[in-house]
Write a new protein. Structure first.
Lengths: 63, 469
């Protein structure tokens, strides 16, 4: 599983950091950091949750 | 006006795609333009038929002439993506928001130099970020129950007025804080009303004219700055901290270490209020109207709410994610009755699309109202069919098709807050009361935000006592 971010769309809402704190981090400037770009299968549920609730649909999961 | 005759999204004719166009040539001009004013009068008074006609006549790209301005409408997922993905250096929202400067204030947000604006936007962001968002649901629930506690066993209300008052309380409570909310008087409503009424179609001609509405608007802003200033003073003196956006702004610092002035704090609070208040208010009204008109779907929503919220259950951030049917209904209301029916950008450096070259000075626009009625994009687009957002169909899945909140880097920052707020209101309202519409037909009122025209009376009947929903 690979996380792809559409950087034209991300606005730093940080909803993903609430759903998958191990994977996503947003710094004080509102910039998103993907801490684990290729998470383990066991994290799929929370990454999918983060992707589905992203207000700008900036997160896609490949594989 | 025929709205249902169209086939799939119309493409630019092949001929128009050849690149050898003379620079500055614009796509086809919609019919009905007069000398000098162009489509100006129709644009200001009855815009929706004009927008649809422009699309029917010319498809993906069509030009409107509004006084001396050329506005090119971009329609269809491909064109919308091209528009919304442009960086500010090419398409800028700033000029389009110039009409708001008298309310937000000089040098605030869209009127500030780009660097300053970015710093201010970064200060706005925490108010709508995840951490704070998780607390807003409770506040919205509290305000909704409070407003409904005054209702009797049955009665009549003006739906538009009720929604406006309720969302005024929710947004002030969430943004400016509890003290301000508790002190909200008729004066605040009046001041806010004067601010709203100070932005008229005339503002597009010039933002500052010696009109009574504009003079009242400027006085109202002064007064509001005083009201917010009082709270800032009290908090500073007593050392109390609020759990709200006002506090975030009081604590915010520019990179050079300086704090926001009262003028700036007031302007940024107003920017957030203006963006979120009226838009959410009409969304509640439209969604309720559509649900009452579609009792079969309403029954499914009620069954969903009853199972997630047995008597007396609190509305929580988590539980709001377990009511998809309610969410689809809200989104469907937003699709059919997008509160913002046109979104604009100004060309600031030359940009090409569809074989045309757009020069600085031209405006590019997208109408969610038109885009949401494209049969190639939405199945049976004129029908209220919330299931289109459900599993297996997901008609909004493709980026840049559902554009009620715009798209790209300037997509509405309050998108998630808006959905959370409207779902919370429905989770409570629909379990407490049933409704009957007393108006037919329902006429949309065009203004900056498109809501049902007032008066709009509805009859309610209580289903449960206070405290049981």
């Amino acid at each position: 599983m690979k996380i792809v971010i559409d950087w034209d769309l991300c606005q730093g809402h940080a909803n993903c950091t609430g759903d998958a704190p191990e994977v996503f981090f947003v710094d004080d400037d509102g910039k998103l950091h993907v801490k684990i770009p290729e998470p383990e299968e066991s994290m799929r549920d929370m990454v999918e949750l983060a992707a589905s609730y992203c207000p700008t649909n900036a997160i896609t999961i490949e594989g | 006006m025929s709205l249902q005759t169209n086939g799939a999204v119309k493409k630019v004719p092949e001929k128009a795609r050849t690149p050898k166009k003379p620079q500055g040539r614009l796509p086809g001009v919609a019919s009905g333009a007069y000398p000098l004013v162009g489509h100006g009068i129709e644009f200001a008074t009855n815009c929706l038929p004009l927008l649809w006609r422009a699309y029917e006549e010319h498809g993906e790209l069509a030009t409107l002439k509004v006084f001396n301005k050329n506005i090119v409408l971009f329609t269809g997922p491909e064109a919308q993506e091209a528009m919304y993905r442009q960086p500010d250096e090419i398409l800028s929202p700033n000029e389009a928001y110039e009409i708001m400067v008298p309310v937000f204030g000089k040098d605030v947000v869209y009127d500030a130099p780009p660097e300053r604006m970015n710093e201010q936007m970064a200060m706005l962001r925490p108010a709508l970020q995840d951490k704070r968002m998780r607390t807003y649901g409770e506040i919205v629930a509290l305000e909704t129950r409070r407003a409904l506690s005054e209702w009797g066993a049955e009665g009549e209300i003006d739906l538009v007025e009720f929604c406006a008052a309720l969302t005024n309380y929710t947004s002030t409570h969430c943004l400016i804080g509890r003290e301000f909310r508790e002190r909200m008087s008729d004066e605040f409503s009046k001041v806010y009303y004067d601010l709203e009424r100070g932005i008229t179609p005339a503002s597009y001609i010039h933002a500052n004219l010696p009109l009574p509405s504009m003079i009242r608007r400027d006085r109202a802003r002064e007064r509001l700055m005083g009201m917010i200033g009082e709270i800032v003073d009290e908090r500073t003196k007593s050392g109390t901290q609020g759990e709200d956006f006002l506090q975030t702004l009081m604590d915010a610092r520019y990179k050079d270490g300086s704090a926001l002035s009262r003028h700036e704090i007031t302007g940024m609070l107003l920017a957030a209020m203006f963006a979120g208040h009226h838009t959410s208010s009409v969304t509640v009204a439209w969604a309720l109207i559509e649900l009452v008109k579609h009792p079969d779907y309403l029954d499914r929503v009620l069954a969903e709410l009853d199972s997630v919220y047995p008597e007396g259950t609190d509305v929580t951030f988590q539980s709001l994610r377990q009511i998809p049917l309610t969410e689809y209904a809200v989104k469907e209301a937003l699709r059919l009755h997008s509160p913002l029916w046109i979104l604009m950008r100004a060309v600031v450096s030359t940009f090409e699309y569809g074989g045309y070259t757009f020069e600085p000075g031209t405006w590019i626009a997208n109408s969610p109202w038109v885009s949401h009625r494209l049969p190639g994009v939405f199945t049976n687009p004129m029908a209220f069919d919330p299931d289109r957002f459900g599993p297996g169909r997901e008609e909004d899945k493709k980026q840049f098709t559902f554009v009620s909140f715009g798209g790209g880097r300037h997509k509405c920052l309050g998108n998630a807050f808006a959905l959370l707020q409207v779902k919370t209101i429905f989770a409570i309202l629909l379990r407490g009361f049933s409704f009957e519409l007393l108006h037919n037909p329902i006429i949309p009122e065009s203004g900056l935000v498109m809501g049902p025209k007032k008066p709009f009376r509805v009859r309610y009947k209580r289903l449960r006592p206070n405290g049981a929903f």
